[in-house]
Design a binder for this molecule. Sequence first.
Ligand SMILES: [Cu+2]
Length: 487
Amino acid sequence: MSERLTRRQLLALGAAGAGALGVGAAGLLVGEAASPFLTDESSSEPKSSDDAWFEPSVLSSAGGVLAVELRVAEREVLIGERRVRMLSYNGTVPGPTLHLRPGDTLRVRLRNELAVPTNLHTHGLHVSAAGNGDNPFLSVGPGESFEYEFALRADHPSGVFWYHPHRHGSVADQLFGGLSGAIVVDRDEWGASAPRVAVVSDVTFSGGAVAAASAMERMIGRNGETVLVNGRISPVIESPAGSRQRLLVINACASRYLDLRLRGLDARVRAIDSRLHAERGAERVVLAPGNRLDVVVATPREPTELRAVSYDRGCVGMGAHGSATAAPTASLLTIRPVATAPSAPVADAVVESVRDLRQAPVDRRRVLTLDMGAGMGMFGARFVIDGREFDERRVDQRVDLGAIEEWTIRNRSSMDHPFHLHVWPMQLVRLGGRDVESVEFRDVVDVPAGGEVVVRIAFDRFPGRTVYHCHILDHEDLGMMGVVEVA
Ligand SMILES: [Cu+2]
């Protein structure tokens, strides 16, 4: 038995003891939510991996509560033909899908079985960042557990969201290592007509483990050599020709943009990120890291690949050309017509009304500038917002609770940077020098090299302190993040 395994077993034993004490006190791990995990953990042998469509297990709330335990640990998993060690939630890559309803409370006991600190971010959820909520300043040390609680309001928008670590300095490493999972909020009864969740991630292996990123890869934003959909390489969805299905696609890559080509699939987009709108036809959708796509596709008569084509997101300068940021074209999945495959009707979209902030009076305007500058060392570069690297002790933007603000986000650098604001969705006002015609909310918006975007934000609830940052997570770890406090 290796030293690593011995240590892991000791950790597991220690954590189990602490957990048993905590169960009664916290009222966690009750009922149905706890049992699937116990089953997961008892079978450490990876299941076979082929090109069959596969989705993470779904944990649904009941009676307004979903209480789950997420164990963060390195595990051996099967990727294609390879046995590799990756980071996992409850032993799988990605972790379980959490299915919630507006008004629910999500309780997560995060148990850290890694040798380094981690924490948890519920990307896109409109919930409080204070205390044990969606608080990016928390740190859960090795061997420790922490109990998070996320209270969704009754008017929480439907949509697909996701969870991943947000421990500053190691966010990219931990996400790239395998830590992500889907969250879906809706009022639908899933049954046979559940949407298909597609968590897209990328990874590079070296030997039997996830490769470390070089200094240059961190500056560029690492692109993985292998693209995974729910932990599989280019899986196949089989369904009868002409039948429709709803895909919820999450870009959980650390840095890769997904330039999705939907031609041939009669794609009808219901939302990008979380606010559902009337269906719109689309043949191309670009998802920056962190973005999600809610789309209904029709199964064609011939097998058809959904591909993410090579996307140039600029250059670092100092001799690194644009091609360095452009990952090769990748096949995400194939939709294959099979007359005998099961199919189920797709539930109609329930379009929720949203307040159009373009018609609202603006309380304050701000300009935020993303930039890269020369730093120390051979490959040194600084990744800054308004000239400063992240400092958790500093508040960069003080916002009045209830204010509607207009933020102009400028990019003075030679690379694209996807801008993410936690907790509050941003309504797009101007993109690429043009007014945005429709009501579009995002929680990640791409700010192209040398360009700017204008968004409006209603800080109408949730006093507290959180962050905004570049969602090329290597850049975030290098300091391209700021603190917003709403009071
Ligand atoms: Cu960036």
